[in-house]
Design a protein around this ligand. Structure first.
Ligand code: ADP
Length: 152
């Protein structure tokens, strides 16, 4: 059976921290599906299409990485595409405290889906999409925090 992982997130925008999690997990899975959540309650800075285009461009030479949008429960999306893993990145203990109950509830909802956490590299711990959005809103240059394909 193919080992498929879903890497869900808003990716508003996709950062070098996200890229590192995907790249460092490539050898763990046959396929990683970067799944951009359609979350109507979140006001995004970048459109869904723009976020998907950027992520597609970043991984254009990596055949085992797919990019798609999804809505609804992540475990249902996993079932739909036959994914046995949810991939998440951890920067801090507060990331862990946020992620732990979600992973545990997902386990209760779908026993066959395992959440795998990959820790951020020390140099990526301070990078978050929300701080990048703040930098951009205030006219700053955030290019060092995003892959080259992401052009503001
Ligand atoms: P969400 O809206 O679901 O929190 P994000 O786009 O903010 O989605 O993040 C997606 C995943 O990437 C989460 O698991 C988050 O913890 C992780 N992540 C975010 N920034 C970094 C980073 N700098 N280094 C490693 N992982 C990160």
């Amino acid at each position: 059976m193919k080992r498929i992982a879903v890497f869900p997130g808003s990716f508003d925008p996709f950062t070098i921290g996200h890229e590192s999690i995907v790249c460092r997990s490539l050898h763990l899975f046959d396929e990683i599906v970067v799944a951009v959540g359609k979350n109507s309650s979140k006001a995004n800075m970048f459109s869904l299409e723009q976020r998907i285009d950027w992520i597609t461009a970043i991984f254009k030479d990596v055949p085992s990485v797919k990019v798609t949008a999804y809505e609804g429960l992540t475990v249902n999306f996993c079932k739909e595409i036959g994914a046995g893993f949810i991939l998440r990145g951890l920067r801090t203990s507060s990331d862990f405290e946020y992620e732990r109950p979600i992973a545990q509830m997902n386990k209760s909802l779908s026993y066959n889906v395992e959440t795998i956490f990959v820790t951020a590299l020390p140099e990526h711990v301070a990078i978050s999409s929300s701080i990048i959005r703040d930098i951009l809103r205030n006219g700053g240059d955030a290019s060092q925090f995003v892959p080259q394909a992401v052009k503001f």
